[in-house]
Design a protein around this ligand. Sequence first.
Ligand SMILES: [Zn+2]
Length: 346
Amino acid sequence: MRAIYFEKHGGPEVLEFGVLDDPCAGRGEVLIEVKATSLNHLDLFVRRGLPGIEIPLPHVPGCDASGVVADIGVGVTDFVVGDRVLVNPSLACGWCEYCIRGDASLCRSFGVIGEHRWGACAERLVVPQENVIKIPDTMSYDDAAAVPMVFVTAWRMLITRGELRASEDILIMGAAAGVGMACIQIAKISGARVFAAAGSAEKLELCRRLGADVLIDYRQEDVLQKIRRETSGRGVDVCVDYVGKDTWITSLRTLTKGGRLLTCGATTGYDPQTDLRHIFYRQLKVIGSTTGTRNDLLAALKLIFAGKMKPAIGQVFDLERTADAHRLMEARKVVGKVVIRLGDER
Ligand SMILES: [Zn+2]
C-alpha cells in the first residue's frame, strides 16, 4: 500500500512517501480502505517524538480516518465490506476499572490510533471494530475525516467533563484551532454565549461564521479587559484553554468566581506559573480532559449527521504532500482543518 511513514523522529522532512506491506484484519478487527485523514497537533508531536513513549519504527501517523470497509476479521458482525465509515481514534481495553465505569479515555492501557498503532496516512488501515462508526451517504469522506478527534475532544471537555449549561458565558482561547471550531459549535448549540479569542481577522471571521458571539483579536486587544467590559466586570463561567503557557494566567483571570477552566492540551508550553490565590480564593475549578469515549463521539455525531454542526476544512492535500501539510500546520498558517485525501472519491 502507498503510505506516509517515518523511520526516525524529527521535522516534516522525516516523512517519507513509499510502499509498505498491506495489513490484514485480525480477530475483531476491520480493514478500511482509507479515503481521507486529517491533521491534528498530535500528529506533529508523534512525528517529533514524545518523551517516555517508545514508538516502533517505521511508523505510519494519522489518527483521524474515513473510508470504506474492505475486509472484516473473524468475530466482526456489525460491518460488511462496502460500508462507509469513520474511525474513533481512542483505543481502550474495555474491561479495566475506568473503561467499565464509562471513562474509556482514562483506560489503564489508553492509546490513540496513529500513535500506539499504525495510523491513517496509508491506503489501508486496520482498527478494532469498536472504533468503527458508519456514516450517512450524504457525508463526504473529507468531512468525515475532519470530525473525530476534534469533536470527540471538544464534546468530552465541554459537555461530559465541563458540564456546560445554557445561559453560561464561555471564552475559547485559540478558537480557530480544530478543537476550538468544534467547541464554538457545541457551546452555541448548548445555549451558551461564546467569546472567541484568535490571532487574526481571517481566523475570527471563521469563528463568527461558526456562531461565536463576541470576537477578540488577542494581538490587537487585551483579552482580560475585553472580557470584563463585555460581562460588566463579572467574567466568564467557563474558559477553554489548550494554548497553555502563553495564555494560562489570562485564562484564570477571565473567570468569574466559581468558574471552570477546561484544558485538553498545551500547544505553547506545559509549565506556566500559576498564582494559586486565584484558584482557592475565587474557588475556581481546573478540569482536565483528553480525547473522549465512543459515547462522547456518538453524541457529537448525532448533531453532525443531523446537519446541526460541521467541520470547517481549511485546506486539502494529496497523501504525497503530507509533509507540506505538516509544515503549514506547524507555521500556524492554516485556518480550519487540514485534510489529506487518498484517491479521488469524495
Ligand atoms: Zn480500560
